[in-house]
Write a protein that binds this ligand. Structure first.
Ligand SMILES: Nc1ncnc2c1ncn2[C@@H]1O[C@H](COP(=O)(O)OP(=O)(O)OP(=O)(O)O)[C@@H](O)[C@H]1O
Ligand SMILES: [Mg+2]
Length: 335
């Protein structure tokens, strides 16, 4: 990891118009930065806006507000010429490699397609050599080139997806739950492969996941999302040692500990209440309806995004000195 910022996300908003006159706030005022060469983990439960952030960063979605700056350029204001170069430098790996690979194309065709579209390695033989090279880089072999995706296991298919993403030599990869669909035994192999490739090529990853158990081993820093908002962001170790936001504390307490004695003593913080709808999110702090510490201010004041310790950001009134009355009010929570 370097201290050069490759990506800056400033006050990003992505709203969807749904139904009649209804707005779904999938991403609401989210800010963070990613350093060149780091793995930035983005976690939070289903529907909190992780994929939407990924897709908006890649320019696949227009933004409703805020900006995404990649390598100094505003992703949503690129000229057509710059767009082409941008799409080469930012690639995506998906959760379900099978769904994202065309079943009628051979592995060779799947991996060569981005090169064709971008007109690199125009010479057929050269392109094929590049495909072989990529297959070997992801732990497959050139013998696999003429087979079809369905002939492979889940882990191997994800390797094909990774080879395809690498075909254009990108600098930045959005990995959207790349291991969630894989057997636990295979997950570690794919993670190790991603690590190896990162080291070799100086890649930067935005690694999306819905729980914290794997992400902590992979990420340099982690951002925790809840209902379209970023609620906490810090270095992985720090997040595990000292989670500040009650939502992060709940997510962490849900991870089983491999030691049976410790596991028995583990205190679980179960989140009560249902996840509110992003169409009609709670006023003030969006987490307050499930927060055991909800206080009066939480219903009316949106928590500030503050750096409460070095490189440790949180949006929670528990850490806001301007709020004097921190008595929990049961009625605000769980309603
Ligand atoms: N194209 C769309 N049109 C309307 N609503 C959308 C669209 N894409 C996503 N949403 C909504 O935006 C919210 C965030 O969705 P998103 O897919 O980003 O969540 P996620 O965190 O990736 O969830 P998961 O863990 O299930 O993948 C959800 O409420 C979802 O229903
Ligand atoms: Mg998603």
């Amino acid at each position: 990891m370097t201290n050069e910022k490759i990506l800056k996300v400033n006050h990003l908003k992505k709203y969807f118009e749904v139904g009649k006159n209804e707005t779904l706030k999938a991403v609401d005022n989210v800010s963070f930065e990613i350093f060149k060469g780091e793995t930035f983990g983005l976690v939070g439960e289903s529907g909190c806006g992780k994929s939407t952030i990924g897709r908006t960063i890649m320019g696949l979605y227009n933004r409703t507000g805020g900006e995404v700056i990649f390598d100094g350029d505003n992703v949503h204001e690129l000229t057509d010429k710059d767009k082409f170069a941008f799409h080469r430098s930012m690639q995506m790996i998906f959760q379900d490699p099978y769904a994202s690979l065309n079943p009628r194309s051979t592995v060779k065709e799947v991996i060569a397609e981005p090169m064709e579209i971008h007109g690199i390695y125009k010479d057929k033989k050269e392109r094929l050599e590049r495909v072989y090279e990529l297959l070997e880089e992801v732990g497959l072999s050139r013998d696999h080139a003429n087979r079809y995706p369905h002939e492979f296991s889940g882990g191997q298919r994800q390797r094909i997806g990774i080879a395809r993403a690498l075909a254009l030599d990108p600098a930045f990869i959005v990995a959207d739950e790349p291991i969630s669909a894989l057997d636990v035994s295979v997950q570690a192999q794919v993670v190790n492969l991603l690590r190896k490739l990162q080291k070799e090529k100086g890649l930067t990853y935005l690694f999306i996941a819905h729980d914290l158990s794997m992400v902590k081993h992979i990420s340099d820093r982690i951002g925790v999302m809840y209902l379209g908002n970023m609620v906490e962001l810090t270095e992985s170790n720090q997040l595990y040692k000292k989670p500040l936001h009650p939502y992060t504390q709940a997510l962490l307490s849900a991870i089983p500990i491999p030691d049976p004695d410790l596991e028995e003593k583990r205190e679980r913080m179960i989140l009560e209440g249902e996840l509110p709808s992003p169409i009609n999110p709670p006023t003030g702090c969006v987490f307050r309806t499930r927060c055991p510490f909800a206080m009066k201010a939480c219903a009316s004041v949106t928590p500030k995004w503050q750096e409460v310790e070095d490189n440790h950001f949180v949006a929670c009134h528990l850490y806001n000195d301007e709020i004097k009355d921190k008595t929990p009010v049961k009625e605000l929570a769980y309603q």
